[in-house]
Design a protein around this ligand. Sequence first.
Ligand SMILES: [Fe+2]
Length: 207
Amino acid sequence: MLPTIEEAMHELELAEKLNPGPWIKHSINVGIAARNIAEKIPEMDSQKAYIVGIMHDIGRRVGIVDIPTHVYEGYKYCMQKGWDETARICMTHSYLRMKEEFGYEPVTETEKAIKNYIVNCEPDDYDRLIQLCDSLAVDYGFVILEKRFVDVTRRYGIMEGYIKGWEVAFGIKEYFEQKTGCSVYNLLPDIGRTTLLTPKPWKPPVK
Ligand SMILES: [Fe+2]
């Protein structure tokens, strides 16, 4: 089950009131990138791609939280609404290496629940598409993968495993380029201009 496009956009509006930030526009742009790529692939549903893209970070509605928390909050929120297809994407979008990310025993209940889900999940083309588009979309538009990886690293620092995740992202890009028959960058509006912009990293407002 999926929300409609209108319901998904409404969820973002509600979430923006709870936790405003660049993640709202980023979410819409992930949706646009996913829709544009899926439109070129006959066996994919571009409307579904758009909706799961819009909703992938909806767990951020709870506030400024870490990766596992926004993943699991998004999953729980969507499941409670009966939207199992967006719930799945909330879980998979941050774990490009899927079960390989969990070669350790998590401590928190949240991470235990995520590990249990991910190790039992075989990624499909929607999981792969949103993992890729999450790395192509920023709040001000679309950028090449190399740029997005540096942006994220400037914000969070470098962690072991990041570079393996980058390799997976480049692999997914090539996978979809085979399916679409073109560079995914050709499907992202105005990427040539926005990829050259370097806005200051966003900082949360001081309360
Ligand atoms: Fe996310």
